[in-house]
Design a protein around this ligand. Structure first.
Ligand SMILES: C[S@@+](CC[C@H](N)C(=O)[O-])C[C@H]1O[C@@H](n2cnc3c(N)ncnc32)[C@H](O)[C@@H]1O
Length: 315
């Protein structure tokens, strides 16, 4: 396979809760030296979301193969459309941009509701397994909703309907051809899969860097935000993930990095992650997180960065 380095800088094409854009510089110090020195060329990210880390790593290091996955089926459908049919998607997005801009501000709410309704009704007609003609239109609705809904949230109700309210934005950046083209280039050597995180197992070997960014373990009772897929990511699942981390470490010898929220800022006695990741290196980096609507949730919060290797440096 040909090693590629893209010219344009691809960035996440959606706003995503837990997006790592603002933490990239701080995270870089903790990447394995093997990646920095070119000995690792395989990258795996099984909680992909907006993909900020992937795009940044691809730009800086020689990645030949990537395995990218997430359980959110419409998110993955959209990535696959960008990979395979960026031009068709851009035609749809251009139309949506025009409609949004030409609609009077007091009528945009109706436009938003109409797209949301169509998006929800259309879900039964989609075959998520195989790319087909209706995928590009669905991907454009997914992006439209992400750019116009409240805070770019993704939340499904118990029926599986997207139910985030309108964001009331004066402007919305729906059509961004330069970035969609850059993202499409950045995805050409990637395998993009809709699956739970354990699906990455066979794509990992001892020359792989795996980055896990699971839904945060809520640090306060009211800060729970684990609705990207319509189901919760409970403490039990956090423990199962820690066991999977250990198994990959022991049986595959890959370099592993995992982030999560640091509960000790709120409750110093909460040693959940120390117990779950005993024997591994737990670093703390500072994050400016703005998930909650009330001011209290917007302060600087520590983020945990857990690795199965030490000795990273800034070279
Ligand atoms: C914190 S976000 C990832 C954010 C991402 N790193 C970014 O920069 O935008 C967590 C992601 O995990 C996905 N997810 C939730 N449960 C999952 C599971 N069991 N397996 C795989 N992905 C899951 C969600 O759909 C969501 O996109």
């Amino acid at each position: 396979m040909i090693t590629f380095k893209i010219m344009d800088k691809a960035k996440p094409f959606i706003k995503w809760v837990g997006g790592k854009g603002r933490l990239l510089e701080q995270f870089e110090r903790y990447y394995p030296n093997e990646l920095k020195k070119g000995a690792i060329k395989n990258y795996v990210e099984p909680f992909l979301g907006g993909g900020a880390l992937y795009f940044s790593i691809l730009e800086k290091y020689e990645i030949q193969n990537a395995y990218l996955s997430d359980l959110n089926r419409d998110l993955i459908l959209t990535y696959r459309v960008i990979q395979k049919r960026p031009d068709t998607l851009l035609d749809f997005l251009e139309q949506y941009q025009k409609r949004y801009d030409e609609t009077a501000p007091d009528k945009r709410y109706d436009l938003f509701l109409a797209v949301r309704k169509h998006f929800n009704e259309q879900r039964f007609e989609i075959n998520y397994k195989k790319i087909s003609d209706n995928w590009a239109s669905r991907a454009s609705q997914f992006i439209f909703l992400n750019k116009t809904c409240f805070n770019g949230l993704f939340r499904l109700n118990s029926k599986g309907e997207f139910n985030v309210p309108f964001g009331k934005y004066k402007t919305a950046n729906i059509f961004n051809p330069d970035n969609i083209t850059a993202v499409s280039h950045a995805l050409q050597n990637a395998e993009i899969v809709e699956t739970a995180y354990k699906g990455c197992w066979t794509s990992v070997d001892n020359k792989t860097f795996v980055y896990f960014d699971p839904p945060y373990r809520p640090i306060t009772k009211t800060s729970s935000f684990t609705t990207y897929t319509g189901s919760e990511f409970t403490d039990k699942q956090q423990i199962e993930l820690a066991e999977f981390f250990q198994k990959l470490d022991k049986e595959k010898g890959a370099k592993l990095m995992l982030s999560n929220s640091d509960p000790t800022g709120i409750n110093p006695d909460d040693t959940f992650f120390e117990k779950a990741y005993q024997g591994y290196i737990i670093n703390k980096v500072s994050a400016n997180r703005a998930v909650n609507r009330n001011g209290a949730g917007r302060g600087k919060i520590s983020e945990l960065l857990i690795t199965n290797y030490g000795g990273s440096d800034e070279s």
